[in-house]
Design a protein around this ligand. Structure first.
Ligand SMILES: Cc1ncc(COP(=O)(O)O)c(C=O)c1O
Length: 308
């Protein structure tokens, strides 16, 4: 493989079959999103958002770019902005792991940390996100910057409708019977599910939420704190389409931590907690018989475990 620059590493990620985790009939395939230069699935959205902003005249050469980010979107944007030569400022809640801020600074981003409202270290809540968002918006005005606004930006969804979905379809086609994924901004879930259901209406799609934070499933928020950074913010997801959800699945922090070890030690895949939650949910989905007798389930390894 030969690319003109590091942006060539974004999208077309490898698909891997898990051989050592499932103990009943069925297959789980995982998309290795951590191979992208920012280390996560958010590189896809970052690339599409910046490309689309240029195409629509919303972003000009040299103009600053600002985003509120849990770290992964920041890394993706830092990579993409470096290649497009736009200075980038990441506004982050202090609750995200310090390794994330370090990575962003190393990539040349300006990092602004916002104190937490009700979260704790390593546990970012919806209120923490709101506080960081307010700071990002005021900074955008100060700098006359382009505000990425990943939660509301439709390119967050189209990145997956044009990328993740078609890639899964190309690899698995009609063999694929189900798609399982967690929800942060909802871009991955909505874009991918919409594409796959458009290709084959019988593909079953299941959304993953942390236990106690199952707002999309219509349950009361009992505990917004969990270890699955990047998903489960307990907020109304702007692009959410309930009709794309056949099942809501729940994973708790202990299960995410357990599956993280399992993936590393049984499969050689050292990933983050949301990736582990996706695999845990895929196993539950199959064990509960939600996908029929011998389902072929695709899910996402959102990021590397090195940042936690
Ligand atoms: C580690 C991790 N997992 C999952 C997600 C969820 O992706 P999406 O925003 O597309 O719902 C994110 C998003 O930031 C993330 O950082």
């Amino acid at each position: 493989m030969k690319f003109n620059n590091s942006l060539g590493l974004i999208e077309n990620t490898p698909l891997i079959e898990l051989q050592n985790i499932l103990k009943c009939p069925g297959k789980i395939y995982v998309k290795a999103e951590f191979v992208q230069p920012g280390g996560s699935i958010k590189d896809r959205a970052a690339l599409h958002i910046i490309k689309d902003a240029y195409a629509r005249g919303k972003l000009k050469e040299g103009q600053p770019v600002v985003e509120m980010t849990s770290g992964n979107m920041g890394a993706g944007l830092a990579v993409v902005c470096n290649l497009y030569r736009n200075p980038f400022t990441a506004v982050m809640s202090e609750g995200n792991s310090p390794a994330r801020a370090k990575m962003l600074e190393s990539l040349g981003a300006n990092v602004v940390l916002v104190p937490q409202i009700d979260g704790a270290a390593g546990q970012v809540t919806g209120n923490d996100i709101k506080a960081a968002t307010r700071r990002a918006i005021s900074l955008t005005e100060e700098l006359n910057a382009f505000y990425v606004d990943q939660f509301n930006n439709p390119s967050s969804v189209s990145a997956h409708f044009k990328g993740t979905g078609p890639e899964l379809w190309q690899e698995l086609g009609n063999e694929l019977t189900a798609f399982v994924a967690g929800v942060g901004s909802g871009g991955t879930y909505v874009g991918t599910s919409k594409f796959l259901k458009g290709k084959n209406r019988s593909i079953v799609c299941a959304a993953v939420e942390p236990e106690g934070a199952q707002i999309l499933a219509g349950k009361p928020i009992i505990n917004p704190r969990h270890n699955m950074q990047g998903i489960g913010y307990c907020i109304k997801v702007p692009h959410w389409e309930p009709k794309l959800v056949d099942h809501y699945l729940m994973v708790n922090s202990d299960e995410a931590a357990y599956y993280r070890r399992l993936l590393a030690q049984k499969e050689g895949l050292y990933v983050g907690f949301s990736a582990a939650a996706n695999v845990c949910a895929a196993v539950k989905f199959i064990e509960k018989g939600l996908g029929g007798a011998s389902p072929i389930v695709a899910t996402i390894l959102c990021d590397t475990g090195l940042k936690y």
